[in-house]
Design a protein around this ligand. Structure first.
Ligand code: SAM
Ligand code: SF4
Ligand code: F3S
Length: 444
């Protein structure tokens, strides 16, 4: 029996996909190369914006044809979207060919649910309304070679007024540090040299674990793991990014010089209505302190345009903030009302045309900045973790600098998985091109 996993959404789902694959293999399934070859398809869905949901409904429509050709195919749909009230019923109605529907808190039950559906020969639904305890020791089939995602916390307590995540991922639960550290040590033994610590708000890690445990203390311990070369973390919340963390980033040599620091908007009025808990001035101060402590730090962000009631003046403040901060890169989104979140019911919802127009203006400004920031690297030598063949140019190798810049270069196959030196020869908006110099010795 062969399985295939399809993942939408963020790194949380990506990591869940690795766990789902681990669970499937423990249950005796082997990976299929594509959907047509698979006996079981597992879909991990996202509902952060309407577009993400539409993609899933589109895929479910497509799979109806596949199921007609292969009636024995089992389709299991999980992930954030299934955790929303009413969605499981809607999927049952619109896509009766779906066999298993499971929530984000039920991932560990996947093999059992598949067993049940094969025994009962009727659809199975398992959605816990609330998160349970953190479950340790689940198997995983990691995809990343020399780099790995490591959860440090699950869920979110922030309730930004536009965001569905706290409703579908539950309250924030931190993993205990020993479990995290032993997982990373094991990964390093298996050849991993870069870890990305994952949480919706990594900066509040440990608040639920008691005194003495916080994100900085965790970073210190991760930094001391021999053989590990690089540490990244996602996502930081500007409100909880304290001076101790700025100092730790400067002091701990394995932490990469990059921070993803979603600002969302540049107007204080909008930030307040988003329930973000900081002002633009706070954000500027934080960026200044990061750049003072780590001069070559790369800063990326997320931005939402067209939040309900966002005036042209508010939007101008976002453009102004983007010009002032000079982000290395930004993920830009149009506000998408999510049922059950406060902002979906705010008056003054903006028309799609306004959102589209603002998004394109914002992207134009940011793209020019991204390009300028990348051009600075031309002629320089950078450290890159060679990750594999480039998706856009498969003859070449692609990898990332410590500042998280994508670099494409020709190099011998055996550099994959290693840190290498690359001389940058040209820059585009979203990537750098370069010439391979040589591989770096392992330091640890
Ligand atoms: N916890 C992270 C944070 O606070 O930035 C990530 C949250 S979410 C997975 C990633 C991004 O999606 C957010 O930073 C936000 O910009 C965007 N987003 C969330 N809800 C949205 C909505 N309703 N409409 C448009 N964009 C949204
Ligand atoms: Fe959503 Fe805000 Fe939590 Fe991020 S911090 S997951 S944007 S509620
Ligand atoms: Fe991530 Fe989408 Fe869920 S962004 S946490 S997969 S709603």
């Amino acid at each position: 029996m062969r399985y295939k996993i399809l993942v939408w959404g963020c790194q949380m789902n990506e990591r869940d996909g690795e766990i789902a694959a681990g669970l499937m293999e423990e249950a005796g399934f082997t990976p299929a190369n594509d959907e047509i070859e698979a006996d079981v398809l597992v879909l991990l869905t996202c509902c952060v914006r309407e577009k993400a949901e539409n993609k899933v409904y589109g895929k479910l429509g497509e799979l109806q044809k596949l199921k007609k050709k292969n009636p024995e195919l089992i389709i299991a749909v999980g992930g954030c979207m299934m955790q929303q009230p009413g969605v499981a019923e809607k999927v049952r109605q619109l896509a009766p060919h779906v066999d298993v529907i499971f929530g984000t808190h039920n991932l560990h039950q996947l093999p059992e649910l598949l067993r049940r559906v094969r025994e009962l020969r009727q659809p199975v639904v398992a959605i816990w309304a609330q998160e349970g305890e953190v479950i340790e020791g689940l198997p995983a089939r990691r995809a990343g070679g020399s780099k790995a995602l490591v959860n440090i916390s699950f869920g979110c307590n922030n309730f930004c007024s536009y965001c569905i995540v706290p409703y579908v991922r539950g309250r924030e639960r931190s993993r205990n540090p020993e479990s995290i550290l032993s997982e990373i040590r094991r990964l390093v033994d298996e050849g991993v040299i870069e870890v990305t610590l994952l949480g919706q708000n990594v900066n509040s890690y440990g608040r639920d674990l008691g005194a003495g445990i916080n994100f900085v203390s965790l970073l210190e311990q991760v930094n001391s793991i021999p053989g590990l070369e690089r540490i990244r973390f996602l996502t930081s919340h500007p409100r909880d990014f304290n001076p101790d963390l700025v100092k730790a980033m400067a002091r701990l040599e394995k932490i990469c010089e990059h921070v993803h620091l979603p600002v969302q908007a540049g107007s204080n009025r909008v930030l307040e209505r988003m329930n973000r808990g900081y002002t633009r001035e706070d954000y500027f101060r934080l960026v200044d302190s990061l750049r003072a402590a780590i001069p070559d730090i790369s800063i990326t962000t997320d931005l939402i345009v067209g939040f309900p009631g966002e005036s042209e003046g508010d939007f101008a403040q976002t453009l102004d903030l983007v010009e002032r901060v000079q982000f290395d890169n930004a993920f830009t989104f149009m506000f998408s009302p999510r049922r059950g979140t406060p902002a979906a019911d705010y008056p003054e919802q903006l028309p799609l045309e306004v959102k589209k127009e603002r998004l394109s203006r914002l992207m134009e400004v940011q793209n020019a900045i991204s390009r300028r920031k990348n051009e600075v690297f031309v002629g320089k030598e950078v450290e890159v973790l060679a990750e594999g063949h480039s998706k856009t140019d498969p003859e070449k190798i692609s990898g990332r600098t410590r500042g998280n810049k994508l670099v494409i270069f020709a190099a011998p196959e055996d550099v994959v998985g290693r840190l290498v030196k690359v001389h940058i020869t040209s820059a585009q908006t979203f990537l750098l091109k370069g010439e391979y110099i040589d591989a770096l010795p392992k330091t640890g």
